[in-house]
Write a protein that binds this ligand. Structure first.
Ligand SMILES: Nc1ncnc2c1ncn2[C@@H]1O[C@H](COP(=O)(O)OP(=O)(O)OP(=O)(O)O)[C@@H](O)[C@H]1O
Length: 271
């Protein structure tokens, strides 16, 4: 659970319009330091758009989004750049550059940031690859040679190469088979503890929620219809929530979540 209640992201009174259509209406949401907050909602409910607002890639029609206290869209370019270096993003498809090796993909943010000595870049990249469970020899591979699980790990290494405090995950387990999804979730859980990360993730996957989420925010009908722990949210009568947790409500109890997470911790973390 979040040890520190300081807010990392504040969404206040946010209304979003895209192509003349209202996507969000008057959203309020706080992401607390150290927590994993999951965004769930039906297809087209505006989860990715909310993530994009938090990344400053969309601008709200009304209201404001603050990350580390900086109001996105209203702060100086230098302040925005500083805030951006404090977060990492894992996009849904991994978004690796197909013409670059694993090493060069992971090194990219370091090279963009400043002129670092070659030896230091090598050291940082190799250390990060090891941290996400990849072998040294994987650094030379091209994205086309990687399994789906490896693509996710390389993308995660790139998202974490600047040692951010905040990590955004868009459907982290989408497209992975159940075993790879489980291993990836274990990895995120371990890194989250090691790096003391605050995590915002969009997911459709109940197992990923059970494994990682401290709190869940539910988008429906342009609004946040519930925000709370899994047990609190799963108890809500909203039809989307009823349907989403169908057959899983008992598993959302705190004791069940705790023992599920302990079982994941005990399982070996295969590469
Ligand atoms: N650039 C755009 N212009 C107009 N409408 C858009 C644009 N981008 C997204 N939308 C619409 O906004 C709504 C919310 O999209 P968004 O991708 O945020 O939903 P989502 O909850 O992430 O969906 P999914 O789970 O299917 O990925 C959808 O109805 C989508 O068609």
């Amino acid at each position: 659970m979040a040890a520190d209640q300081t807010s990392v992201i504040e969404v206040r009174g946010v209304t979003t319009r895209l192509g003349g259509v209202v996507i969000h209406r008057d959203l309020d949401l706080t992401v607390r330091a150290g927590e994993v907050l999951a965004l769930i909602g039906g297809s087209g409910s505006g989860k990715t758009t909310l993530l994009r607002l938090m990344l400053g890639l969309e601008v709200p029609a009304a209201g404001e989004v603050r990350v580390f206290g900086q109001r996105l869209g209203a702060c100086a370019a230098a302040d925005l750049a500083q805030v951006r270096h404090r977060w990492g993003v894992l996009f849904q498809q991994g978004a690796l550059f197909s013409s670059l090796s694993v090493f060069d993909n992971v090194a990219l943010p370091l090279r963009e940031l400043k002129a670092l000595p070659k030896g230091l870049i090598t050291e940082l990249v190799m250390r990060k690859l090891a941290q996400v469970g990849l072998a040294g020899a994987d650094a030379l591979k091209m994205p086309a040679e990687l399994s789906g699980g490896m693509v996710k790990r390389v993308s995660l290494a790139r998202a974490l190469i600047l040692d951010p405090q905040l990590l955004f995950l868009d459907e982290p387990t989408a497209g992975l088979d159940p075993a790879s999804a489980k291993q990836f979730v274990q990895l995120v859980q371990r890194l989250r503890n090691e790096m003391k990360l605050t995590v915002v993730m969009v997911t459709h996957d109940v197992d990923t929620l059970f494994a990682l989420a401290d709190r869940v925010a539910v988008l429906a009908e342009q609004r946040l219809v519930a925000v709370g722990t899994l047990a609190e949210v799963a108890a809500q009568p909203h039809p989307f929530i009823r349907n989403f947790f169908l057959g899983h409500v008992a598993e959302c109890a705190e004791d069940s979540i705790r023992s599920y997470r302990e079982s994941l911790t005990r399982a070996p973390l295969a590469a």
